[in-house]
Design a protein around this ligand. Structure first.
Ligand SMILES: Nc1ncnc2c1ncn2[C@@H]1O[C@H](COP(=O)(O)OP(=O)(O)OP(=O)(O)O)[C@@H](O)[C@H]1O
Ligand SMILES: [Mg+2]
Length: 212
């Protein structure tokens, strides 16, 4: 089972947005996806409430039950091939447990110095737990040949693995969330949908080595 944890202490980097895009893209690629919302903000559950249709299945994960997370994820493996865990933008026990349970941690960040600085404690925590991880550059400016994003991409690739493709700031991501869809459902032929499908393929390939 692929267990993908979206994590960074930096708020607003795109954890929930990419979680929904990835889960729906995975489902469309033939996987059976389940999502766990570990964020008290409940952004993922709100998306699921707006959504019509059953898949991907979305569950809350109460903070007081966090010790049971590994057991619950093992139980889910009998019914689902992919679990996507959305965490809060905070350094807390739930986030650490979700990082440890993952086959791959996905760390979104925007291409700014503030975001790069803010991601350090998250990377240190992941490294302590020993889970493989990858950065995803998100909300990149749409200009072609954007030198800032390219510089950032090169710097991040030197620290750790950088997922492909980089994700551009596009209204489709915001509009898809608002109607409870993934971008691949909202605008299947759009550029955001293409990014989401490619990102899922990249993430699945990276996670494969550690998935059981
Ligand atoms: N690629 C993108 N293009 C356009 N807007 C985006 C993109 N990614 C995220 N956003 C927007 O950025 C904001 C923050 O995204 P999101 O809520 O997914 O981040 P988060 O990391 O889950 O935040 P939090 O830490 O609060 O849980 C939202 O308004 C979302 O619509
Ligand atoms: Mg969120």
């Amino acid at each position: 089972m692929h267990i993908i944890t979206l994590t960074t202490q930096k708020g607003g980097a795109g954890k929930t947005t990419l979680a929904t895009a990835l889960a729906v893209a995975a489902q469309e690629a033939g996987e059976t996806a389940v999502m766990l919302d570990l964020d008290p903000q409940r952004s993922l559950l709100t998306w699921a409430e707006t959504r019509t249709g059953d898949a991907p299945h979305v569950e809350a994960f109460p903070a007081d039950k966090i010790a049971q997370l590994p057991t619950m994820v093992r139980r889910l493996a009998s019914s689902f091939s992919v679990a996507i865990l959305d965490t809060a933008g905070a350094d807390n026990t739930a986030t650490h447990k979700a990082m440890e349970a993952a086959t791959l941690c996905v760390v979104p960040l925007r291409p700014t110095r503030l975001d790069v600085n803010a991601v350090r404690p998250t990377v240190q925590a992941i490294l302590r737990g020993g889970t493989p991880f990858a950065f995803v550059l998100n909300q990149c400016p749409p200009q072609p040949n954007n030198s800032r994003a390219a510089e950032m991409a090169a710097g991040l690739a030197a620290i750790g693995s950088l997922a492909e493709p980089i994700i551009i700031q596009r209204a489709d991501y915001q509009d898809a969330y608002a109607v409870g869809q993934g971008v691949t459902e909202y605008a299947p032929n759009g550029k955001a949908a293409d990014e989401a499908r490619r990102l899922w393929r990249w993430v699945a390939k990276q996670s494969k080595g550690t998935a059981s």
